[in-house]
Design a protein around this ligand. Structure first.
Ligand SMILES: NC(=O)c1ccc[n+]([C@@H]2O[C@H](COP(=O)([O-])OP(=O)(O)OC[C@H]3O[C@@H](n4cnc5c(N)ncnc54)[C@H](O)[C@@H]3O)[C@@H](O)[C@H]2O)c1
Ligand SMILES: CC(C)[C@H](C(=O)O)[C@@H](O)C(=O)O
Ligand SMILES: [Mg+2]
Length: 359
């Protein structure tokens, strides 16, 4: 019997449905070319789920994800829901789904396509050879610590708590070391150990785990310095491992090395092969509905799904080669176009990539 892979598709808000539609065409083309079989099931998530179901993460959406081999996610959020209470925010649904599915590790590769060097705001010679992965801890830290407000004699006070346990740091550190082992064997652990207690625990724990990985060169970098070094010497980084909020910020910064946040894919993983795949970017309300969003981050997220969850390396290679070919041929969406007047739209870019896929 054919091995049919179940994929939950949660397109979300803003440009989410626009870029996910192109990624679904890539799934279809993969079936035709390679004979793999996918069964997709769509579910409501984010702002649209708040509007239609009264909650950003409906129970049935979670069930669809839990009953699938992988999840393909677009993006959530938008001004319409920005003033809602915490429970009725699309972003709360995103944190909820990551936690509920046990996705503690978020892999965000930033790879430079040679032909896009001129699209970056950095000088081409600084970018030369840049190929890094941010491994972001995804279910701990200040995102998930206790939050509340209280009245004080100086008025209202808001509290966000940052916590990490040794076990939480250990599992993400091991994963980052394992990834580094398959690459250039360099790991930068990023923290703020000069100020934060969670960072001191982070550093101690990473140092302890490092003993099991003598072949991997480890450096500790303070987060403010890392933000600067990423622009100064991006090619010297191989794998960067860091806590939740630092990883959020540094991965958006790393996106600009590649020319646009519209290029950055991601995988969120737990203990097994199950994964949630999404572009690093958000719902981009400023361009939503115009058909101009770059679908490449989402399409490359499908390639990551093939590699990391399904082991379909031939299909992943095909997608990545197709993206490179289309870019090499000079096709650009507005975010990566030097000459904006020649930019093509989301659907045109998606179709070019689908057409360039080969066995
Ligand atoms: N994973 C997610 O679902 C996710 C991630 C980040 C932000 N968000 C949410 O998205 C909303 C907008 O956030 P933001 O504006 O800070 O970040 P954003 O990533 O949505 O947009 C930042 C900038 O990048 C551009 N951009 C993003 N993706 C693009 C693409 N594929 N092609 C071309 N240009 C692209 C946008 O037009 C915008 O100018 C907020 O509600 C935020 O909470 C969601
Ligand atoms: C939308 C938001 C909650 C999310 C995060 O901070 O994790 C986003 O910025 C991301 O990078 O996936
Ligand atoms: Mg982010």
């Amino acid at each position: 019997m054919a091995d049919v892979k179940k994929i939950a598709v949660i397109a979300g808000d803003g440009i989410g449905p626009e870029v996910v539609a192109e990624a679904e065409k890539v799934l279809k083309r993969t079936e035709e070319l390679f004979g793999y079989q996918f069964e997709t099931e769509h579910a409501l998530f984010g702002g649209i789920a708040i509007d239609e179901k009264g909650t950003p993460l409906p129970e049935e959406t979670l069930k669809v994800c839990q009953g699938s081999d992988a999840v393909l996610l677009g993006a959530v959020g938008g001004p319409k829901w920005d003033n809602n209470s915490k429970e009725l925010r699309p972003e709360t649904g995103l944190l909820g789904i990551r936690k509920a599915l046990g996705l503690f590790s978020n892999i965000r590769p930033a790879v430079i396509f040679d032909c896009l060097k001129e699209a970056s705001t950095l000088k081409p010679e600084v970018l030369e050879g840049t190929d890094l992965i941010v491994v972001r801890e995804l279910t701990g830290g200040i995102y998930f610590g206790e939050k509340f407000r209280r009245e004080t004699e100086n008025g209202q006070q808001a509290v966000d708590t940052c916590t990490y346990t040794v076990a939480e740091v250990e599992r993400i550190a091991r994963q980052a070391f394992d990834i580094a082992r398959t690459r250039r064997k360099k790991l930068a652990s990023v923290d703020k150990a000069n100020v934060l207690e969670t960072s001191r625990l982070w550093r101690e724990t990473v140092n302890r785990i490092a003993v099991d990985y003598p072949d991997v060169e480890l450096e500790h970098v303070l987060v403010d310095n890392c933000a600067m070094q990423l622009l100064r010497r991006p090619s010297s980084f191989d794998v960067i491992v860091t806590e939740n909020m630092f990883g959020d910020i540094l991965s958006d910064e790393a996106a600009m090395l590649t020319g646009s946040i519209g290029m950055l894919s991601s995988a969120s993983l737990g203990e097994g092969s199950f994964g949630l795949y999404e572009p690093v970017h958000g719902s981009a309300p400023d361009i939503a509905g115009q058909g101009i969003a770059n679908p490449i981050a989402t399409i490359l997220s499908v390639a990551l799904m093939f590699r990391l969850t399904f082991g379909y390396h031939d299909a992943a290679d095909s997608i990545e080669r197709a993206v490179k070919e289309v870019l090499d041929a000079g096709h650009r969406t507005g975010d990566i176009a030097v000459d904006k007047s020649k930019a093509i739209g989301t659907i045109a870019m998606g179709q070019l990539i689908v057409d360039a896929m080969r066995k």
